[in-house]
Write a protein that binds this ligand. Structure first.
Ligand code: NAD
Length: 258
């Protein structure tokens, strides 16, 4: 089989943001287990050093870099460092995120939460992509995956900053897929539904169960690995004709009416 239709990411260099927890961590672990060279990035004080050390102890190739995705200067420094350390960059997974609930009438906090949501959840994605492009252009199978949310497709009350930013991610994904397609760079988005991660740890088990039974087809929350495997699938060299799409990984949440 030619490399262009390979189902292996062995030897590919993958940069994951927000890799210290939840879906970012699972993504780093899934790619590492498949033989990729993984750059785990996250805020200072996150678990990335320990996760990278665990992966290396299992014989995988992984390194950690502190990167606050709201810091434009840091992005411009870290992305080339990763490419220099691993000899290139094939895959960018824009995953880092924060929840940003705020009622529209909250005059004291709304603008602050809006600005933070847009900076971390949307602006960071385009900045990471712009920093990664010179290296992705050197790759034989360049891939970008942006983690959006089912909140980009539907909405929860009092979640407008998050919904707006995530809907922006799906628009950015389509626009860059169209703009970069002639270079063979694929750009896709994943919309996770309710997933068991740090972001949802404050939701009690009882509330999780009620929500999952009422809203998802599969009647359960998803595991971070179930999202990570979709990310991996979109990044295979064989996934060379999939671009500009937004894929829910949501246990059937968007499909279900009643
Ligand atoms: P999580 O809280 O477990 O992990 C998020 C990670 O992002 C953390 O390690 C955190 O330190 C990091 N992060 C936060 N701000 C950052 C910044 N400024 N710079 C760098 N890293 C930063 O949450 P998760 O659920 O794994 O979230 C991953 C992505 O999935 C997010 O984009 C989130 O919006 C999205 N998402 C989550 C769910 C869910 O149900 N958990 C559903 C839909 C979408």
């Amino acid at each position: 089989m030619s490399e262009s239709l390979s189902r292996s990411v062995a030897g590919k260099v993958v940069l994951v943001t927000g890799a210290g927890s939840g879906m970012g961590r699972a993504t780093a672990e899934v790619f590492a287990a498949e033989g990729a060279l993984v750059a785990l990035t996250d805020l200072a004080g996150s678990a990335i050093e320990d996760i990278a050390a665990d992966l290396r102890a299992k014989g995988h190739q992984a390194r950690a870099w502190v990167l606050d995705v709201s810091d434009h200067v840091a992005i411009r420094a870290v992305v080339p460092e990763v490419a220099a350390a691993f000899g290139g960059l094939d895959v960018l997974v824009n995953n880092a995120g924060i929840s940003s609930f705020c009622p529209i009438d909250d005059e004291e906090h709304y603008d602050l939460i809006w600005d933070r949501a847009v900076t971390v959840l949307l602006t960071a994605h385009q900045r990471l992509i712009r920093a990664a492009l010179p290296f992705l252009r050197q790759s034989s199978s360049p891939r970008i995956v942006n983690i959006a949310s089912t909140e980009a497709l539907g909405a929860t009350s009092r979640d407008s900053p998050y919904c707006a930013a995530k809907a922006g991610v799906t628009g950015l994904t389509r626009a860059l897929a169209v703009e970069l397609g002639k270079e063979g760079i694929t750009v896709n988005a994943i919309c996770p539904g309710p997933i068991v991660t740090g972001m949802t740890e404050k939701v009690s088990e009882a509330d999780k169960e009620v929500f999952a039974h009422r809203r998802t087809a599969l009647r359960r929350y998803g595991q971070p690995e179930e999202v990570a495997h979709m990310t991996l699938s979109l990044c295979l060299p064989a996934a060379s004709y999939i671009t500009g799409v937004t894929i829910p990984v949501d246990g059937g949440l968007m499909a279900r009416n009643a």
